[in-house]
Design a protein around this ligand. Sequence first.
Ligand code: SF4
Length: 223
Amino acid sequence: MNPENAWRHLRGLTPLSLCDWPGRPCCVVFLGGCNLRCPTCHNASLAWDMESEPLLPQARLKAFLSSRARWLSGVTVTGGEPTAVPGIGMILHEIAASGLAIKVDTNAMLPDVVEALLAEGLAQQFSVDVKGPFDQYPSLTGGAVTEAGARRSLSRVFALAEARPEAFLFRTTLVPQLSETDMTTVRGMLPAGFTLATQDYKPPRRPHALADSEARRTAGNMV
Ligand code: SF4
């Protein structure tokens, strides 16, 4: 693994957020690239065209963390989809050297990566984006995930959450496609003892996000 390949995904940093990690003032690190094509994606350029976003040099992140770590109590790593970044472990290892706890936002479609990061202690928390009922995954992900694929991946992550409940949060974005009935279905999908957080939908920043997604769906790239 060439470390340069992982660090090329480092595309942004918010120095302070009071809402990304409940109860923890944190900074937010943005990694470009995503394995899904959600038509409602708010960060489409970061997810699908990361070269259009400025690169954040590794040294800048390191300098920031060493100067600000004492004012923060965590780092949220988001995207895009962090678990789809080749070499994500290297990035998390470098962040962990600051002594700060790490939360990873994930769509949970790469459960092997989630499991490995959890086992290696490279993330203390995963905030899992449950898109909606299993049967709506094909449309909610722009054709990137089948219903069966969603069931398979989320079942793995739900099992991890049952074993390590302190390490998982679940949330759903209230995109226009989801009804109240759908939200009840999603709540029923979660392992016992978990509650579902919701976040308001913000329309895509990039106007052709929907068109991109449609094109991919037509191409039939489901996993
Ligand atoms: S909304 Fe979908 S396409 Fe956008 S970053 Fe999240 S998982 Fe990827």
